[in-house]
Design a protein around this ligand. Sequence first.
Ligand code: UGA
Length: 443
Amino acid sequence: MKVTVFGTGYVGLVTGACLAEVGHDVVCVDIDEAKVEGLNRGVVPIYEPGLEDMVLANHGAGRLAFTTDPVSAIAHGEILFIAVGTPPDEDGSADLQYVLAVARTIGQSLVRPAIVVNKSTVPVGTADRVRTAIDAELAARGATIAFDVVSNPEFLKEGAAVNDCMRPDRIVLGSRSPAAIERMKRLYAPFNRNHERIVVMDERSAELTKYAANAMLATKISFMNEMANIAERVGADIEMVRHGIGSDPRIGYHFIYPGAGYGGSCFPKDVQALGRTARQYGYDARLLEAVEAVNHSQKSKLFELLQRHFDGRLSGRCFAVWGLAFKPNTDDMREASSRTLIEQLQAAGATVRAHDPEAMDEARRIFGEHPGLVFCRTPAEALQGADALVVVTEWKAFWNPDFAALAGALRERAVFDGRNIYDPASVEAAGLAYYGIGRGRSL
Ligand code: UGA
């Protein structure tokens, strides 16, 4: 089928590449000329396992094209995906200006019946607004072309995006048009083998499903961080508690890892936006506010542990920071806990030696040149001259350090484990002080 995807960010690019991979004829359109030019030369602007190979193969095979020209792109697609960003505006609501701009462009240039698919995470009611925007443009040029709107939220995780897209848990389709649903089912048939993954519903339910999923996951994390804070005070180990509760299938082992707070482009933004939507409809979403508040303070947790260990005297000290990305397998640092920590350390007069396997270019872009922040090529280099080690992101490369070498390198012999990846006894056996998240024994 002929598909057009607006937006070549995480969602758009991965969706376009995966649809091309299963044989659809895909054109991706973006207003960023440099990005499109790069993609046409095979330069994939984000780090995502498997994506580059997939883009190169399908581009080479002629099934995946990139353009800045919306007119030809709209003429190409029988299915038009909107996968542009919805950043939060000042009050935390999702800013729909890019989504609605694409809708207007579609209305201005549509030449034949099409299905317009909302893949961006958009507030409840956006499908109606997209429909109205297209209708208004069609009316303005006196055109009557039939189109349907489908809400089809994306559930991919950064770092596993290609896999999530190729092997989805579920494909949510929200539309009032049975014909559009049938065509979407055909489009997704290659992803829907062995068992039924497609869940059909109305547009508003589909839009809310996306927010509900992310809010639930964020709630699990904040809940566990709250339990960790209690565990720390009462002298319990949250890792034991995690095992103890996860074995109940109603709770499950997934997404109950305490840590230095959740980050990324989705949870912080979506929890806020859903709270905002609720407020607009006259409902005070107290649980969502608490989820956000717990996460906000959790991002300062590592700094608090450092202050505690060093009796509040951090000025002039140097800390090795392992992990800058908001989670492993990505170079994304949006809302990353490392940013809070580094800013707090800088404000306290400490210096940082940081290493991340993928996110150092991004960190340089964010922090710029700063005498108190040195980027190191290897984890070991980051330790040189440092007083203590702080692990913020649980990259696999950090899981099994030589603790004796760590004890030799760190001046103050202390490890602050923001993701509870180490066994406290092994760290302490090497003569290092160990601090984790919610591990009462470290008090
Ligand atoms: C999240 C959801 O997991 C996806 O299902 C969703 O499609 C996506 O948002 C989206 O809306 O586009 P993502 O932001 O890529 O995906 O990352 P996650 O793997 O969910 O991690 C988010 C944050 O939670 C990370 O900072 C991670 O360190 C933290 N986390 C995760 C925990 O602190 N504990 C956990 O148990 C799990």
